[in-house]
Design a protein around this ligand. Structure first.
Ligand code: GLC
Ligand code: CA
Length: 563
């Protein structure tokens, strides 16, 4: 496999709104990010993905862009952005932007012009169709945030426009070459500026199966999940390869796709040697137990299901390329609250278990992508009233839960388990008011556990989650182990054994064995050979006797084995 500049780096996602606020308006900003670059360097991060900071009405927290060439004043100025790129570069940290081009904001100039003249040039930038009240809509797809994907075009009672997401996020018509050309120019403008690449939002949705038609309804609302359409849509890779040729490939840019629902045969076309992206996220764990009914029907993830999903992703990419390994992002609950059994974060083994989960994920083959706060073991938050929930998708799922017969209390439990707010509470820097995130009022309340879970408390504690993540990152950068940690193949070890997740990472010259005792109990784990060295463990030592590891509850270890 050809080595690329991004392969051995550890990536870190920043959700700017919740990272660090420097002007006391309660909203994190670019100057806040700049002020924490030393921190990121200390942690060992080599690549940063910034969630959207473009001009936006923030109907979907910046994933609704009204001007791709401007920074939203709430986040700062273009000068701040230039300074961030410069300062990050000085620390050998590359910066990746979010690329949101399935849709723009309904406040984007293109959409405004489309409303002024639906039959003119900009009308063709969107999907606009004739519709009379009382008639069926052009198709029965359900928007990702609930309700039909069609809304009335402002100012035109006889027209509707398509939005797979919120009604303030009209879908761009990728079939129109003018749209594609405008998007490519914008991408190149940012690459010229010095961004290292993009995380590419919701990209599978750009190809619609046309002409619009209904699919079988899958909920009481008579609508049908967009998934059915995506399954049928052909040709997304033609768009993506054109985009890559016109933009990324000219700059050796790093790109990571947010791709759900890819077809198995397409994987090499996405992330293979000549794929359209450098990599994409592994969502196999994220979608465990997900179904069309919605969040309320989703069962907790068992260790066995988690392990199976990870191993299946490792298997399918073995000869293809790299996926990005995550336990969470800004759209998902906190990984430690989701993948560890209920109660673990409240129990005596919380720290050990958080490290184990992080270690198992980090050591997989692929690119490790941390999400802000993961490195200090941040957990889900709680909200008691739906009015206090910010996340538009959580509000929709609250309604779906009520419609499915849950009581308001039960529906709030569902929201608390899955709300995107869980990951969006402010970063917990220290134990001072508002966790040191802001001296104003934070836009979303800080998780009350910040007095015990915060960076300041963990920095000087050698046994903290934070120092463990630092050690993981350092191991990946260590010249003695880098080749194996980055490129080594994964082979599951004792995959049938319950509550154990273990695997080899093998290169020509080395065999590492990664072991996680995924339970509250001790376990005797047979070893396949002699241990040369314990490279890393989460409990200040681990008991290796002859060919056995006597693992304590939630023990995690990386062992350098006699090959
Ligand atoms: C992606 C983003 C999510 C956003 C959606 C629409 O899934 O990660 O936050 O709501 O796309 O842009
Ligand atoms: Ca601010």
């Amino acid at each position: 496999m050809e080595h690329k500049w991004w392969h051995s780096r550890t990536a870190y996602q920043i959700y700017p709104k919740s990272f660090c606020d420097t002007n006391a308006d309660g909203i994190g900003d670019l100057r806040g990010v700049i002020s924490k670059l030393d921190y990121l360097q200390e942690l060992g991060v080599g690549l940063v993905w910034l969630s959207p900071i473009y001009a936006s009405p923030l109907a979907d927290q910046g994933y609704d862009i009204s001007d791709y060439y401007r920074i939203d004043p709430r986040f700062g100025t273009m000068d701040d952005m230039d300074e961030l790129l410069r300062e990050a570069g000085r620390r050998d940290i590359r910066v990746v932007m979010d690329l949101v081009v399935n849709h723009c904001s309904d406040e984007h100039e293109w959409f405004r012009k489309a409303c002024e003249d639906p039959y003119g040039k900009y009308g063709r930038y969107f999907y606009i169709r004739k519709h009379q009240d009382g008639d069926p809509l052009p198709c029965n797809w359900r928007s990702y945030f609930g309700g039909p994907v069609w809304s009335k075009l402002p100012g035109h009672d006889d027209l509707v426009y398509l939005h797979l997401f919120h009604r303030k996020q009209p879908d761009l018509n990728w079939e129109n070459p003018e749209v594609r050309r405008d998007i490519y120019s914008m991408i190149n403008w940012w690459l010229e500026k010095g961004v290292a690449g993009f995380r590419i939002d919701a990209i599978i949705n750009i190809k619609k199966a046309l002409p619009f038609r209904d699919y079988p309804a899958d909920r009481e609302d008579g609508l049908s999940s967009v998934d059915h359409m995506l399954f049928e849509a052909k040709g997304v890779l033609d768009f993506l390869n054109e985009m890559a040729d016109e933009t990324f490939r000219k700059y050796d840019a790093f790109t990571v796709g947010e791709v759900f629902n890819e077809k198995p045969e397409e994987l090499p076309l996405f992330i293979g040697e000549r794929g359209c992206f450098s990599t994409m996220f592994d969502f196999a764990e994220t979608v465990i137990n997900q179904g069309p009914e919605g969040w309320h029907a989703q069962k907790p993830v068992t260790p066995e299901a988690y392990k199976a999903a990870c191993f299946e992703s490792q298997r399918k990419t073995r000869d293809t390329g790299f996926l990005c390994n995550i336990i969470e992002n800004h759209d998902e609950p906190r990984g430690v609250s989701r993948y560890l059994p209920a109660g673990t974060c409240e129990g005596p083994y919380a720290v050990a278990a958080k490290k184990m989960l992080g270690g198992l994920n980090f050591m997989l083959r692929g690119l490790p992508f941390l999400y802000q706060g993961q490195e200090i073991g941040m957990e889900n938050t709680r909200c008691s009233r739906i009015e206090d929930v910010d996340d538009i998708s959580a509000r929709d799922q609250y309604r779906v839960s009520l419609e499915a017969g849950l009581s308001p209390e039960e529906a709030m439990e569902v929201v608390n388990r899955f709300s995107r707010d869980n990951a969006r509470t402010p970063f917990q820097w220290d134990a001072s008011d508002n966790a040191g995130f802001t001296s104003g009022t934070p836009w979303l309340p800080v998780n009350p556990n910040y007095r015990t879970i915060n960076l300041d408390a963990q920095r000087n504690d050698p046994d903290s989650v934070w120092n463990f993540y630092r050690a993981l990152i350092a191991l990946r950068r260590n010249p003695d182990y880098r080749e194996t940690a980055v490129y080594g193949q994964t082979t599951p070890y004792l995959p049938e054994r319950k509550n154990l997740m273990a695997y080899f990472r093998r290169s020509d010259t080395q065999t590492l064995l990664v072991i996680g005792n995924f339970q509250d109990a001790e376990a005797e784990i047979p070893l396949p050979g002699a241990v040369r060295r314990v490279l890393l463990d989460n409990l200040n030592g681990c008991a290796v006797e002859a060919r056995t590891l006597r693992a304590r509850p939630w023990q995690f270890a990386v062992l350098d084995m006699d090959a």
